[in-house]
Design a binder for this molecule. Structure first.
Ligand SMILES: [Zn+2]
Length: 364
């Protein structure tokens, strides 16, 4: 392929991605909506709309007849034209969801994983879980791939699980390639928290600013959305928020240091003092806000959601009272809009985003 051809292909894909991003954000749109939002010429937009219609990704949803001027065709995304499967791998459970092109979660299935499970055990659980999803064979042609939100540390770029905390059989395991071979589908591997923040960003569209998703589920992690995209860091391992130290002479942590946020939090939670555990987490959240100046904090994870109101209240209070000039440095604190599905749904949305999203650019 010549360089020129490659550029044209990229531009065509890019323009299509712009239209799809717009279609996800607004319910219906016209050619003029796309022209206004993207700055493309009406002729270019017509071509893109024709191509997306031919691929079955968008369809006409009627005609708008203004008082003056020509009638305008109204378009919408066809949600069931493409699907992705999302998997949330936790220490004891595998959660699978089916997500359509509009980002709606359709089916959810949770199955137990053996304690200290091996890569083979996970692959078997993935394939039997995917086979058991309703509409399996019928969906196959519309399935874009499988996203896996996994316990870290992991190398997203290479598809390697480096040394998943608390799992002994996961040293430099090439999970992405193994899963692709095992499932016969494209696989996207990412940290659980990074998948989670992608789900929140996708659902909010262009209004989503710099944000963190805090997950409390066995461990504590943070997934970041900075400058309009998921932030993974230099080694794609950003988010080990639970292993930042909050007590210099604190208890020893699984990571080898002392007084990590995670171990101090877990000691309080295990002693039944959820209010204190929530305050410990809140201290960590304020540290993050002081470092990164975020506009949004999303709280997630099974252990947190069991005591959702306690955590929400503690973090909200800390954000309002412990951040100097909180009147100016305002931050929204919410629970995850997708509850326990957020990681699996986000993993699926990452697959859809890879094919139908705008690559590494702020959403419209
Ligand atoms: Zn630690």
């Amino acid at each position: 392929m010549t360089r020129t051809t490659a550029d044209v292909t990229f531009l065509r894909g890019y323009n299509q991605a712009l239209v799809m991003a717009l279609g996800r954000t607004v319910r219906t749109f016209e050619r003029s909506t796309v022209v206004d939002a993207t700055g493309l010429t009406p002729q270019a937009v017509s071509k893109v709309l024709a191509r997306l219609s031919a691929d079955g990704l968008i369809r006409t949803a009627g005609v708008r007849r203004p008082g003056i001027g020509k009638p305008a065709v109204v378009y919408e995304i066809v949600p069931d034209s493409r699907y992705a499967i999302g998997a949330h791998v936790a220490r004891r459970t595998l959660r699978l969801v089916l997500v359509d092109l509009a980002g709606t979660v359709h089916h959810c299935a949770v199955s137990p994983l053996p304690g200290d499970f091996t890569p083979e055990q996970l692959l078997d659980a993935l394939s039997s879980g995917i086979d058991a999803l309703p509409g399996g064979a019928d969906l196959r042609g519309r399935l874009t791939g499988v996203g896996i939100g996994m316990i870290g540390p992991l190398d997203h770029a290479r598809g390697l699980v480096r040394d998943a905390h608390g799992l002994r059989h996961w040293h430099d395991v090439p999970l992405r390639d193994l899963a692709e071979a095992h499932l016969g589908l494209p696989v996207h591997l990412d940290k659980d928290v990074t998948a989670g923040i992608t789900a929140e960003a996708w659902r909010h569209g262009g209004t989503f600013g710099d944000a963190v998703l805090i997950m409390v589920e066995s461990g504590i992690g943070g997934g970041f959305w900075l400058g309009g995209t998921a932030h993974r860091g230099a080694h794609t391992n950003a988010g080990e928020f639970g292993h930042t130290v909050v007590a210099l002479d604190g208890p020893p942590c699984v990571c080898g240091r002392h007084g990590c946020l995670e171990i101090v939090h877990n000691h309080a939670a295990e002693a039944g003092d959820i209010a204190r555990a929530a305050r410990v987490l809140a201290v960590g959240v304020v540290n993050l806000l002081q470092t990164l100046d975020l506009s949004r904090v999303v709280l997630a994870g099974a252990d947190l959601l069991r005591h959702a109101q306690t955590y929400l209240a503690a973090v909200e209070e800390a954000v309002h009272t412990d951040v100097p000039r909180a009147d100016w440095l305002t931050t929204d604190v919410t629970l995850s809009s997708l509850g326990p599905d957020v990681i699996a749904a986000g993993a699926a949305m990452q697959v859809l985003d890879k094919h139908y999203g705008v690559p590494d650019l702020a959403p419209l």
